[in-house]
Design a protein around this ligand. Sequence first.
Ligand code: ADP
Length: 544
Amino acid sequence: MQGMMMNRPLRIADILTFAEDVHGSAEIVSATVEGGIHRYTYKDAALRSRKLAQALLRLGVTPGQRIATLGWNGYRHFELYYAISGIGAVCHTINPRLSVEQMSYIVSHAEDRILCLDLTFVPLVEAILDHLPKGLRFIIMTDRAHMPETKLPGALCYEDLVEPETGDYEWPEFPEETASSLCYTSGTTGHPKGALYTHRSTVMHALMAGVSFLECLRPGRRILPVVPLFHVNAWGLPYAAPLTGASIVFPGPQLDGASLFKLMDEQKVFSAWGVPTVWLGLLAEIRKHGRIPEGFGEVIIGGSAAPRSMIEAFEDLNVSVCHAWGMTEMSPIGTQGSLAPPLTDLPKEKQIDLKSTQGRRTFGVELKIVDANGQRQPHDGVATGELFVRGNTIVSGYFNNQEASEAAFDAEGWFRTGDVASISPDGFLTITDRAKDLIKSGGEWISSIDLENMAIAHPDVANCAVIAVPHPKWDERPLLIVVPAEGAKPDKEEILAHLAKGLAKWQVPDDVIFVDTLPLTATGKVSKLTLRQIYADHSLPEAG
Ligand code: ADP
């Protein structure tokens, strides 16, 4: 028997309208590209998003069209999120750190009609203009006073577009499965693949985040997304924050430790969200100041494994760590590790053990691990297997890419994550590694994440990565690449001896290489692909 309740479509614009009605005075504070701080409320943001929607319609944007953004974390980018999806078009966020080939590929593949870009990116786009589709229009996200001389044909000024509109506009209704935004994975092999989110998946994800991150997603809190709006919707924060009444502090283009410390201190940020490499910079700055930014109480770490030593460093400063795992294809949050009673009564060391895992699933995300034959493995904390996921916030295929779509799912319709993991009886997920980063040595697997966690705990190591290099006898052996801590002169033998303490002999890396910096991917993670290419011919001591 069918129930008898209304079935109203879930729409992204309703989140902002709700924030306007209920959390109207909560703020969006932005460090701007032009310089200085801009601040306004959700009420202001809602009005300006409606004006922007009117402006886009005036430009002839129609439902389903893709409108691209190339922008830092700031209030205009936030408005574009709501205005573009609100009129039924698709907000395609582009990662500015992609290569020219990747960027021109995705703009063409997405068939973007308009590209909205921050001032910073004008030279970048001018330089690749010849590689972009003809007829692409440009909106520069600034005001008249800052409009640059540019050879981008017909470039429009964002504020000039918004200013004449009234904001007297009702968001249209459409089915909740309507596409809302598009984000391409950075595509370490082959072309980037597009995850095409819907209004329904986005609203569901915001609700799921809202019941997961209870410390920060609530009125009165101020959250800093260092994770970019150009990568998986800044982990959904631009939706979850207005929904729950938390204020947002956008960092703009300055993402180094010193700039983040200053902004967090001045704006009394409670919770900051980002990848581990960003927190290395902030921790160094905290050490310089001998204190944490005022009001700082929580850090959400995801995107790659948070080393235990990083978790301990924050917890020692009374900053609570929540370690989260997810993927572009999952909107992105899959699991998160904030602890609630009775787990908060455990001894601190045990709590850190749990926080070092990737946490437990959020509502609506199902997890399974399988062996090489597709057989389900037990959730006993011991068995490992390839991780598959299922749920309402997970892609059902890739945008206009049948081949990739077919390869992404198993016979039961679960999405293949490409990660290898174990799951404990009480639901804590531990990512052993990305399948392609595991080191296969003599038929045994070595987790690069485990080795990195141990190496980075050494005081002379600022950052590190472990990769597989080919070996004539063992197929692959681990190579440790270390960025020394400032002023430190680490010794190879001593570092290996430090690792040997916690490892079987065959797990200890065969060699250590010292470098000034590690290559990063477009999403700020250490690029192991690049490292594997650089050190493909590295001859290990034992191998001669
Ligand atoms: P990209 O690699 O292009 O940035 P994603 O952000 O979608 O794309 O990356 C998702 C992958 O990042 C996951 O499949 C996993 O390998 C890794 N990852 C994300 N969060 C964590 C985490 N907390 N611990 C370990 N790995 C993580």
